[in-house]
Design a protein around this ligand. Sequence first.
Ligand code: ATP
Ligand code: MN
Length: 448
Amino acid sequence: MRKKIQQILQEKDLENQVVIAGWIRTRRDTGSFSFLEVNDGSSLGNIQIVADQQLANYKDEIVRLTAGCAVEVTGVVKESPAKGQEIEVQATEVNIVGWADPETYPLQKKRHSFEYLREISHLRPRTNALGAVARVRSRLTMAIHSFFQERGFIQVHTPIITTSDCEGAGEMFQIKGGKEGEFFGRPAGLTVSGQLQAEVYALSLGDVYTFGPTFRAENSNTSRHLAEFWMIEPEMAFCDLACNMAVARDMLKYCLNDVLTNCQEDLALFDNFIEKGLIRKLKNVVEQDFKHITYTEAVDLLLKADKAFEFPVSWGIDLQSEHERYLTEELFKKPLIVTDYPAAIKPFYMRVSEDGKTVAAMDILVPGIGEIVGGSQREERYDVLMKRMEAAQINLDEYQWYLDLRKYGTVPHSGFGLGFERLVQFVTGMTNIREVIPFPRTPGFAPC
Ligand code: ATP
Ligand code: MN
C-alpha cells in the first residue's frame, strides 16, 4: 500500500511492505548496494532506501539516480543498523518515474541562498526550509479555521473585486474588465480589506470571519510587505475593544500552541537554522500575558528612549516600524497591544472616544515583525460616522449601505485584520516575507 513517508517514520512498522513515491535527495553507493535518500514532502525527514545490486535495473538505472529524480519504491520496512535513522526500507523494486538531468538541475546538495531560491520558485518547495514553511503554513490555516469554528464564528467569503477602497490609502489595484473598461459601470479594484463587507454579515449573524487574499499596491520594498497577501478578518457584533483584544490574543496563542504541538520537526529545523531560540520564543508568547499600553504611553516611552530614531517622535505621528520594534523587541521583549491612537491618523470607521481626539483602535506588535494585527471598535453611531466620512471626503452616496447598518439595529462591534504571512513569518523565523508565501508578488516581481 502507498504510504506517506511521515506515516512510515512514525509507525516504524517492521517487516511491513510499503510503497513510497517521492524524489531522490541523494544517492550513495557501497560495494554491493546503494543508499537512496527519498523525500515525498510529507515530512522534513527522508526515508533511506536500500537498493541491492540484485535488483533487475540496478546497473542500468539505480546507479544513475541523482537529486531530483522521481521514483516509486516498493520494499519492506527494516530496522536500520546504521546511525542516523531508526528504520530503512529494503527495496524489492525501484521504479524510475521521472529523470532529472544532473547537469542542469538547479538544486544541488549545497545550501542555496533564499534570494537564489526565489528565482526558481517552481522548484524551491523541494528544499528543506521551503517545504517546512509550506507544511507550517497549511497547519496554521487549519488552526485559524478551528479557532473560529470552535467558537461559533461563521466564515464569510467577502468579494475580491470591490468598489469600496476601505483603507483609503490609494493602494487599490484598479481593474478594467474587458475591452469596454468599467465592467461594473463604475471604478472597481481588488480588495484591500474585506472588513466593510464582514461588518455587514456581523450585523446579521453575530460573529463572522473572512480569510482570503488581499491586494495592496505597496510601493515600498520591505521584508514585511507583499502586493498580494492573505488576511484573516474577524468581525464581532456586541463586542467592544476589550473583547476584540481578547479574541486576537486568544487566536494568536491558539495558533502557536497548535503548531508547537503538531509541527515539532519543522519548528526544530527553523530553531536550528533560521532563528535560534524560536521555539522558546513561541512558548513564551503562549504562556505570558501580552503587555498593553496606550498610544500616548507609547509615545512617552519612545521620547524617553535612549535611542536615535530615524523618524522623530511626537504625539500625533503614525508609529513607524522602528518605533514598534523598539517597544516590543527591546523594551518589553514580548507581544504588545497598543490602543487608542489619534483619530487623525486612523480611518473613518474607527470609533471616536470620549476625549474626541483618539479612536478605539488596537495594534498587536510582536518581536521581529512589528505590527501583526491591526483592529478597532467600529463607529456605530450614525451621526458621528457621517461626520467622520464627510471630513474624510468620502462619497456618501456610495456608502449608503454602510451607513444603513447604523440606521437599522446598530450595535457596538469590533474586528481586526491579521496578516497571515506575518504570522507565518513569526512562527518560522523567516526574515523575508517572500519566503513564507508560495508565489510572492512584490513591485516588479511575479514570475510564476
Ligand atoms: P503596516 O503599517 O505594516 O503597513 P497596515 O497598518 O497597513 O500595516 P492594516 O491595514 O491594519 O495594516 O492591515 C492588517 C494587517 O495586515 C496588518 O496588521 C499586517 O499584519 C497585514 N498587512 C498589511 N499590509 C500588508 C502587506 N502589504 N503585506 C503583508 N501583510 C500586510
Ligand atoms: Mn500598510
